[in-house]
Design a binder for this molecule. Structure first.
Ligand code: SAM
Length: 273
């Protein structure tokens, strides 16, 4: 049985990154529901598709599901696309799917471009495991909490270029400046760029080079056996105490030397005399 509703992935930059099946279905369905009709039209015009459009974005998704359900009940078919990439991946679509499932509507997905998967296919990792957290929160404490939650897993996130330098600084404060990270900008586009290195190297790089466009990044997993050796750290703290370094300086120095969390060392140095 053919689907009544299609979730269709669209390109994340290069308009060539769309499957033949997706193009055929976008041509064949009665309606395409999309986040922004102007953006979707650019893609459709390129492939000479003139299917009727319905706008469906995060602010009207619930109300639009009602309209889409009645269209489908009249025997018509609908495809849903977001502005770019795979719907429901940091994009609308969840509400729609939930409502359509209640009505037993046959749904299928047309796979294709997705920034997180494109990125992961470019980064060599020691383990398959990764956690994708969508857009990283803006708030420093919330960033600490979520990164800490996934510290033993490669942690992938989306971020905006305006906030990314702040995020990098927060990662450095949390894990130390040696923490390994990977960053990709403008995947599949003319200025595609992929960088891997310590958070300090990446900060230095973006202090000298423009940080524009769309960004996906990953904090590499901390190996469990590389947990800090607390006895050794306490020893170092004691030595620095004797030399009259302040807890603030001690945490900065040890965090730099061993790539460990500055706040944790700060607390330890207050407790160590
Ligand atoms: N649904 C999309 C997907 O499948 O990747 C993601 C949509 S989300 C609203 C947009 C964010 O995805 C951007 O802010 C950026 O973080 C990331 N992104 C999208 N396209 C990208 C690209 N070409 N290169 C790097 N990151 C990209």
């Amino acid at each position: 049985m053919e689907a009544q509703f299609y979730i269709a992935a669209t390109p994340i930059g290069n308009l060539g990154d769309i499957s033949i099946r997706t193009l055929e279905i976008l041509k064949k369905v009665d309606y395409i529901a999309c986040e922004d009709t102007r953006k979707t039209k650019i893609l459709l015009d390129k492939y000479l598709i003139n299917t009727k459009l319905i706008d469906c974005h995060k602010f009207n998704e619930k109300e639009r599901s009602g309209k889409i359900i009645s269209i489908i009940k009249e025997g018509k078919t609908v495809a849903f696309v977001s502005d770019a990439g795979t719907p429901l991946i940091s994009d609308p679509g969840s509400v729609l799917i939930k409502e359509l499932k209640k009505e037993n509507i046959k749904i299928t997905a047309l796979p294709g471009a997705c920034a997180v998967i494109t990125f992961l296919s470019l980064i060599s990792r020691d383990s398959e495991e990764f956690a994708f957290i969508g857009f990283i929160p803006r708030n420093k404490q919330q960033q600490f909490d979520i990164l800490d939650k996934y510290k033993y897993t490669n942690c992938v996130f989306y971020d905006s270029p305006n906030r990314f330098m702040n995020t990098l600084q927060n990662i450095s404060d949390l894990y130390g400046s040696n923490k390994k990270i990977a960053v990709a900008r403008e995947l599949t586009k003319v200025f595609e760029e992929v960088k891997e290195g310590s958070v300090e190297e990446i900060i230095n790089y973006y202090e000298k080079n423009p940080l524009k466009g769309e960004i996906v990044a990953m904090v590499f997993a901390q190996k469990e056996n590389q947990d800090i050796d607390e006895v050794m750290i306490i020893d170092k703290i004691k030595i620095l105490h004797k030399e009259n370094f302040s807890p603030k300086d001690i945490s900065r120095i040890i965090s730099k030397l061993y790539g460990v969390n500055k706040n944790k060392i700060y607390k330890m140095s207050l407790e160590t005399e």
